[in-house]
Design a protein around this ligand. Structure first.
Ligand SMILES: *Cc1c(COP(=O)(O)O)cnc(C)c1O
Length: 395
């Protein structure tokens, strides 16, 4: 069985490696989260917001032209159609309800591509709570539309100026804030990373993705299980949600697609499952990109949502135990998939998501297979990047 144990481990990965000052916050979450999430009142409120505010269920769409091209049955799980444009909102709705139950008055978050920041700023506006979002200074530049969105929603965006000025640096700043404001503040982590119970808590909130996939597939194909589920992996939350109800269904292949940047071994990539070794990052034991003496290697990807030097402990376990198959996709191949899907299906997903689509070029399958791809988000935020490279792919 694949699942988390009582100490917060998936196999050898996970746990809670945190500074002393954070112990009360983490202990409170560990003691309360399952009970709160399972309360009927909490579930009613959560389900109602997912339906009426987020717009769930998200469609499961048989992409006929794409299927014809690849000679396999491709279904797209349309998380790009959620309010705020990605899967991130499933988790932030859940966590803000949880923060309210815990009596918290202030929310902090970190963000890479800005999608989690927007999703957090959105639910803070909805609940009338003050919101501070930490974001790498480099990401602030390359994701300008999302920065404007967060400000419009009333959030304060604080730049992280250290290191590579990207997601991992923003995460460090958020942790520092939480240490300084332990009583009134809840930290909404945006992926299945961080100390226990975050990976499991976020996976539970995102599990609505595969819960819907099961009945949607049953309706459309007569069977609840596909042959393969494909998702891109930054920290791993859209993948965790898309895999969740299939984790222990051996007949369902789980394909985890990572960003290879300029090439897995180019020195500029974020392919953690290939390059990662065991270590501790942001509170959990997992696979991460590090030098022999434990310095974190700066990750790189054209997509700001995938350039994280680690992966969540669930994914580390899935990969180490060979339950999931990792695939690495370069910037170039992701961009090619971007133009291809846009022209084939009239859908422009996010750069992160295009990595998952590009996996169709390399993964093995039979013509009769049903393959579900988690379309994690929409591409509005990436239009400037697409246009910048437009001529390279449209000669
Ligand atoms: C944030 C993001 C990702 C990567 O995060 P995961 O936690 O791995 O899902 C992927 N796609 C989109 C659209 C995102 O916004």
């Amino acid at each position: 069985m694949i699942g988390i144990d009582e100490r917060g481990y998936y196999g050898e990965f996970g746990g809670a490696y945190i500074p002393e000052m954070l112990h009360p916050n983490i202990a409170e979450l560990q003691a309360e989260y399952v009970g709160i999430i399972n309360e009927p009142g909490f579930q009613r409120e959560f389900q109602k917001l997912l339906r009426d505010y987020v717009g769930r269920p998200s469609p499961l769409y048989l992409a006929e032209r794409l299927s014809e091209h690849y000679q396999v049955n491709i279904y797209l799980k349309r998380e790009d159609l959620n309010h705020t444009g990605a899967h991130k909102i499933n988790n932030t709705v859940g966590q803000i309800l949880l923060a309210k139950k815990l009596g918290k008055k202030r929310i902090i978050a970190e963000t890479g591509a800005g999608q989690h920041g927007v999703a957090t700023a959105t639910v803070c506006a909805l609940m009338g709570m003050p919101c501070v979002v930490y974001m790498g200074a480099v990401d602030i530049k390359r994701q300008a539309p999302n920065v404007s969105r967060m400000r419009m929603l009333g959030a304060e965006v604080r730049p992280a100026e250290s290191g590579s000025k990207t997601l991992k640096d923003a995460t460090n700043e958020a942790i520092r804030d939480w240490i300084n404001n332990p009583v009134d503040t809840h930290y909404i982590i945006g992926s299945v990373v961080g100390p226990h119970p975050y990976p499991d808590m976020v996976a539970r909130f995102q599990s609505v993705i595969s819960e819907e996939m099961k009945w949607q597939l049953e309706e459309q194909t007569g069977k609840p299980n596909p042959d393969a589920v494909v998702a891109c992996v930054g920290g791993g939350s859209n993948a965790a949600g898309a895999y969740y109800h299939y984790l222990n269904e051996k007949g369902v292949r789980l394909i985890a697609v990572e960003a290879a940047g300029k090439g897995v071994h180019s020195g500029e990539s974020a392919a953690t499952s290939v390059l990662g070794t065991r270590g501790i990052i942001h509170g959990s034991r997992t696979l991460l990109m590090q030098t022999k003496d434990g310095q974190i290697v700066e990750p790189y990807s054209l997509s700001a949502g995938l350039d994280y030097p680690g992966i969540g402990p669930m994914h580390a376990h899935l990969i180490a135990s060979k339950r999931a198959e990792p695939i690495s996709i370069t910037d170039e191949d992701a961009l090619r998939a971007a133009y291809f899907l846009s022209r084939k299906e009239g859908i422009i997903p996010a750069l992160e998501t295009f990595h998952a689509l590009a996996a169709l070029e390399v993964m093995a399958y039979q013509p009769s297979d049903v393959v579900v791809i988690c379309l994690s988000g929409r591409g509005d935020k990436d239009l400037a990047t697409f246009i910048q490279h437009f001529d390279d792919y449209n000669r």
